[in-house]
Design a protein around this ligand. Structure first.
Ligand code: LHQ
Length: 262
């Protein structure tokens, strides 16, 4: 795997990837290098043999502060639309398409596109001191990198509107109450809890997890009829795996199943 300037990637346990955004002095804000490297790494991880879960987190005290506001000059002619098309949107698409669960371990501020990044993950664990901000409106911009979609789908229109238009900080506890995060954990337990969650995924049947991810994503926009048909299609695939046969055999033999991703 390529060497990265703004990312750290390791596999601390079999089947578990740990990806850290690594520009801690800027609270891991996205500059050109970080967006390029993240695109590249996600492309590599999609094909990484044996990877069954990924944790995404930030180095230092921030998760990700969105666009690096010091590396751009708004007075200069610059197309933000193109920046989204070329830099941000591919990241969100790749993250959503990864064929295994992605867990955001939100260790600190998740602002602007950094909040979108967390929302694009399949699971969010937040440290007690973490917080979220739809920072866009504070600088005269609109929600991007999927935030408009994720907020409305996770919260409904009224809450999403409030959060996107007021741009206030949302504490980890508030985020839990709203349903924006799955769990809040003490700061010093975040790594362990995220690893424990990922480890569970590493023992579950990978094909079933990948198909479930596709199903639930489609369910955010499709009709019941479309979902009934897509479930039928996905179950047909799952039902042909060795893991399905292993699951049923393990149940009958009263033992723990060993899923191999076949
Ligand atoms: C930063 C940043 C940052 C650089 C903190 N950049 N240095 C936009 C345009 C183009 C195309 C696509 O899409 C987008 C999408 C976006 O993401 S727009 C939203 C951009 N992000 C923001 O507006 C967030 C700006 N940051 C903040 O509001 C605060 O820093 C947060 C709420 C994230 C954290 O607050 P604090 O915990 O109080 O930390 P701090 O403000 O003291 O920041 C610590 C350091 O990090 C500080 O450095 P310094 O050298 O001055 O001590 C900040 O300047 C730096 N930093 N965010 N986005």
């Amino acid at each position: 795997m390529a060497a990265y300037e703004t990312l750290r990637y390791e596999e601390p346990e079999p089947g578990v990837g740990w990806l850290e955004l690594n520009r801690p002095e800027q609270l891991n804000a996205f500059d050109e290098t970080l967006t390029r490297e993240l695109q590249q790494l996600l492309r590599d991880l999609e094909r990484q043999e044996g990877l069954r879960a990924l944790v995404l987190t930030g180095a230092g005290r921030g998760f990700c502060a969105g666009q690096d506001l010091k590396s751009i000059d708004p007075a200069q002619e610059r197309s933000l639309g193109r920046s989204l098309e070329e830099r941000y949107n591919p990241i969100i698409r790749r993250l959503r398409a990864l064929p295994f669960p992605v867990i955001a371990a939100v260790n600190g501020a998740a602002a602007g596109a950094g909040m979108s990044l967390a929302l694009a993950c399949d699971v969010r664990l937040a440290a007690e001191s973490a917080f979220f901000v739809q920072a866009f409106v504070r600088i005269g911009l609109v929600p991007d990198s999927g935030s408009s979609f994720f907020l409305v789908h996770l919260l409904g229109y009224a809450r999403a509107f409030e959060i996107a238009t007021l741009g206030e900080r949302i504490s980890a506890q508030e985020a839990l109450h709203l349903g924006l995060v799955n769990r809040v954990v003490p700061d010093d337990r975040l790594r362990e809890e995220a690893l424990a969650w990922a480890r569970r995924y590493a023992t579950l049947p990978p094909r079933a997890l990948a198909l479930t991810k596709r199903l639930l994503q489609k369910a955010t926009w499709a009709s019941l009829e479309e979902m009934l048909q897509y479930e039928q299609y996905c179950q047909e695939i799952a039902g042909r795996t060795e893991d399905y046969r292993e699951g049923v055999a393990a149940f009958r033999e009263k033992r723990a199943p060993v899923f191999k991703g076949r």
